[in-house]
Design a protein. Structure first.
Length: 235
């Protein structure tokens, strides 16, 4: 993980110190911020690879910091919260965060999640990426450029968050196959997930909103099971 830079924003110096000591063992560079405003400023000036935001911070809280950062950056964001209510866990995801962890948390699990996100951000070469455009999946005008991590509908570029892109691409690689929410958490999030399966539902909702009317709904809910990707052409 040499070269990975992570911004950690938490008003508790003890929490930051525990994370810093664990990061040092993993050769992860840590940038510290003690409130939301400092997090936004350092997100601009330091260009971290991943951002960890505590929800409960003085002044600008983690939710507001998340909103501000997403105005100028698509850096992956993990929210930290001490609250247990589903509303609080889901709110950060609705705002555009990629993941969340509930305090108290294991530094080892935090590092596992960071590494999973980092691996997915790296350019990937596959056998299908020979000549021409790397790794493009195409469905009636919807193009998922896996090499460039871009999505276009016709000539319009669709702005997806990193985890939204990962989820869409994963589903699109196996059209018609039904995936349970538990399978998607394991396969897309890349670790043993200890949160609730609502995480998948929130990300699917965001993807549907961003894709708009193309060409109708391409991520279909299979009630009582999960989701599948299928482009149904008009007859």
């Amino acid at each position: 993980m040499i070269g990975l830079k992570v911004l950690v924003a938490d008003d508790d110096p003890n929490v930051r110190e525990i994370i810093r000591l664990y990061f040092e063992k993993q050769n992860i560079e840590m940038i510290e911020a003690q409130d939301g405003l400092a997090a936004v400023e350092k997100a601009k000036s330091e260009s971290p690879d991943i951002i960890i935001l505590d929800v409960m911070m003085p002044g600008m809280d983690g939710y507001e910091a998340c909103r501000e950062i997403l105005k100028f950056s698509d850096i992956p964001i993990i929210m930290l919260t001490a609250k247990g209510e589903e509303f609080d866990r889901v709110l950060g995801l609705e705002l555009g965060a990629d993941d969340y962890m509930t305090k108290p948390f294991s530094p080892r699990e935090l590092v596992a999640r960071i590494k999973a996100i980092f691996r997915r951000l790296q350019p990937r070469k596959t056998a299908a990426e020979g000549d021409g455009e790397p790794g493009a999946l195409e469905f009636d005008g919807l193009r998922i450029h896996t090499g460039r991590r871009e999505v276009t509908v016709g000539s319009e570029k669709i702005q997806l968050r990193p985890k939204e892109f990962d989820l869409l691409a994963h589903l699109a690689r196996t059209p018609g196959k039904v995936h349970t929410r538990e399978q998607l958490l394991e396969q897309v999030w890349g670790y043993d997930f200890f949160g609730d399966i609502r995480t998948v539902d929130v990300h699917v909702k965001k993807i549907r909103q961003k894709l708009g009317a193309f060409p109708g709904e391409c991520i279909h809910t299979v009630w009582g099971v999960g989701y599948k990707f299928e482009v149904i052409r008009d007859q």
